[in-house]
Design a protein around this ligand. Structure first.
Ligand code: IVH
Length: 667
């Protein structure tokens, strides 16, 4: 490779890693496994080491990924919240110990702990009182998710100490049992399931409604105590102190004196981990003595006194019986291997994704082969390779289908793309997929229109596109299976209510390829109405934050198709929102992160509705009833006595109109 190629590759890697950071930390929906991610990072690190001139300040090798999101107040971490460098072999741990021995003045001991696979949290206690709970964010500052953390059992709100400020760090996790139940509910409600408990825990922690968080049964394990005036001199003793204060400290922790003991702990948990009720993705090894930790210090991203040993994703070998093809809502064909059932990471696996024709060809996967499967970031496991030693003789090379398995239209491939596509817009799974996406909770949120009902409506030719939903009548609905009067009325009500869905979500509901929730919001917020979006040029689009060439082409291509313009006309006629409402736009974010109840009557020119609008316009979350997670009550004349009593009982701040108005008007 010449220097230009190396430069290009480094840039490519940086973009790729940043994309995966975003998918992991913000979307909680990673596309690749941690191991694959670490390979990308290692390649970039090695290029930057060899060519230091190519290193940039914002390179992902220099910064931890960021989980900062809209809707929370972000605050500075009093001690940076770093990540751990990952290792995969015992030799790398030996190298870690050797590096330490070169720096410190005496032999350290090591604490081995489980590496919980969840979302990290930093709890701040001021004079023993829990005052903030910050996510890792970008390591420098994190989002304050205290209201959500308060819903988690066994996080003490108060501890018995006279130390004025301490920080306790740990991991918020979801057990596999809770995760399975949650996903089942989500599937029943036509919502996309979480890929794994980590994503579910991290996603839940960032919900804006603590009442929903409370129902998700999150748990928290604490493994790190920090503070300038703590006199306990070892990590192991600090964990004991945390336990004494009432924190949920992991019991699976061991003080080790040498590499053999560390190795033993690792091998034990590599086998035993499937018997734990939650996921761990490795072992953390920490220098025990705090003064030695201080001597060792930190690099830009990691402490030098701790390291993670990551378990390799569990693998299993099984036979491919056949290959079937799924047709997505955008027409993309995904080949899926049907397997002889096999146990992998605690679940029986019968299917694995083969991604696309190129991947099958590259790995030379054939029907009848024994393949190695592995769980990556996604729900469906993937085939990572073929066990050629088990290949039966004369196994025919694989041939990809040429026609759509559902509507038999010849498949096409767009230039530069790996996917085969069914170009028939009216191919039944595409029609159903578009409608399923349109009604889903994050889009139009139409309750009562599950996959089976959509199937029946499409099959009976009652709906063909999202606009047809708004033409459904009660008489039509009661002809459906399992649809009595009440269900039909509820569905019609939900359809009617969906007309108030704000423009960004309507835009997301259209299902334009690559236009997820965030891009839809940015697009709607910059161009304000659908006409400007339809007529936007490529240059206008790529000027918008988060919109690159690929997304811009996709948006232009979508609106060039008359079928889409007709759909929008019909949806407009049905009364959907196609412009950004100015009064819905935030005026400030002074109330960001606050859950507010407005009660009583308010003198002219205000009234309760106006006061409630002000809460929303200034970034607050308006709720109707008082709970432990309410941050503020705005009380007018004759406030609800129950609300006031509960407010006092929970120690919630109660303010009157004047104070509220000066709060939002202050500079
Ligand atoms: S200690 C400065 N201990 O792993 C070191 N981290 O990749 C602080 N994690 O961000 C971290 N279990 O979210 C530590 N027993 C454990 C852990 C643990 C899980 C997570 C944590 C951290 C990430 C690093």
């Amino acid at each position: 490779m010449n220097i230009d190629d190396v430069k290009k590759r480094a840039e490519q890697l940086r973009q790729e890693i940043q994309k995966h950071n975003y998918l992991y930390y913000v979307e909680n929906n990673p596309e690749i496994s941690d191991f694959e991610y670490d390979l990308l990072l290692a390649e970039l690190e090695s290029i930057e080491k060899q060519y230091p001139e190519l290193k940039t300040d914002d390179s992902p090798t220099q910064k931890v990924g960021s989980d900062l999101t809209r809707g929370f107040v972000s605050k500075k971490h009093p001690y940076p919240m770093l990540s751990l460098s990952n290792t995969y072999t015992i030799e790398e741990i030996q190298a870690f110990i050797n590096r330490i021995l070169k720096i410190v003045d005496r032999q350290p001991t090591f604490v081995c702990e489980l590496k919980f696979d969840g979302a990290s949290i930093s709890l701040h206690y001021r004079n023993g009182q829990l005052s903030e709970a910050l996510t890792r964010g970008d390591g420098e500052q994190g989002d304050d998710v205290l209201q959500n953390v308060l819903t988690i059992a066994n996080i003490p709100r108060q501890i018995n100490t006279n130390i004025d400020f301490i920080v306790v760090r740990g991991e918020i996790i979801m057990t596999r049992e809770t995760f399975n139940k949650l996903n089942q509910e989500r599937i029943e409600q036509n919502e996309s399931p979480f890929a794994n408990p980590r994503n579910a825990a991290a996603g839940t922690l960032k919900l804006l409604d603590p009442d929903i968080v409370a129902k998700r049964n999150l748990e928290c394990y604490l493994y790190y105590l920090l503070g300038d005036t703590i006199e306990i001199s070892t990590h192991f003793e600090r964990l004991k102190q945390l336990k004494h204060w009432g924190f949920n400290v992991p019991e699976w922790t061991k003080l080790c004196h040498n590499i053999d003991e560390i190795n033993h702990f690792i091998s034990y948990w590599d086998k035993e981990r499937t018997n734990l009720p939650f996921d761990i993705d490795g072992i953390v090894i920490k220098v025990n003595e705090i003064d030695l930790q201080e001597q060792l210090g930190f690099t830009a991203k990691n402490p030098r006194w701790a390291i993670a040993y990551k378990f390799k994703a569990e693998q299993a070998t099984t036979k491919i019986i056949s290959v079937s093809y799924q047709v997505g809502r955008t027409g993309i064909i995904t080949p899926v291997a049907n397997l002889e059932p096999v146990l992998l990471s605690g679940t029986i696996v019968k299917r694995a994704s083969l991604h696309n024709a190129d991947q099958i060809k590259l790995k030379d996967i054939r029907i009848g082969d024994y393949v190695i499967i592995e769980k990556g970031g996604e729900i469906i496991p993937k085939v990572v390779g073929v066990d050629l030693s088990k290949r039966p003789e004369h196994l025919a090379p694989f041939t990809f289908i040429t026609h759509c398995p559902e509507c038999h239209t010849p498949l096409i491939r767009n230039e530069g793309e790996a996917a085969h596509i069914c170009p028939n817009y009216y191919c039944p799974p595409q029609i159903k997929g578009r409608i399923e996406h349109f009604v889903s909770r994050k889009a139009m949120n139409i309750e009562g229109l599950g996959t089976e009902t959509i199937d029946e409506l499409v099959t009976k030719n009652l709906i063909n596109n999202p606009a047809d939903i708004y033409k459904l009548t009660k008489e039509q609905l009661i002809t459906l299976e399992h649809f009595a009067d009440k269900a039909a009325e509820n569905l019609l009500k939900s359809i009617e209510q969906s007309k108030n869905t704000p423009f960004p979500r309507v835009l997301f509901a259209l299902g334009i390829r690559y236009v997820g929730e965030t891009v839809a919001y940015k697009l709607a917020n910059s161009l304000k109405n659908i006409e400007r979006i339809i007529n936007a040029t490529f240059e206008e689009l790529i000027r918008i934050d988060e919109i690159g060439e690929k997304i811009a082409h996709s948006i232009i291509n979508y609106f060039q198709q008359s079928v889409h313009r007709m759909l929008i006309d019909e949806l407009k006629k049905a009364g959907l929102q196609f412009e950004m409402k100015n009064d819905a736009l935030p005026k400030s974010d002074k109330l960001k992160g606050m859950t507010i109840v407005v009660t009583g009557t308010f003198p002219h020119p205000y009234n309760r509705k106006k006061m409630e609008e002000l809460v929303v316009q200034h970034g607050g979350k308006l709720v109707k009833s008082v709970s432990k997670s309410t941050s503020l009550i705005v009380a007018g004349e004759k406030p609800g006595p129950d609300k006031m009593q509960l407010g006092q009982q929970f120690g919630i701040k109660i303010i009157h109109q004047d104070d509220f108005l000066s709060m939002i008007e202050s500079e």
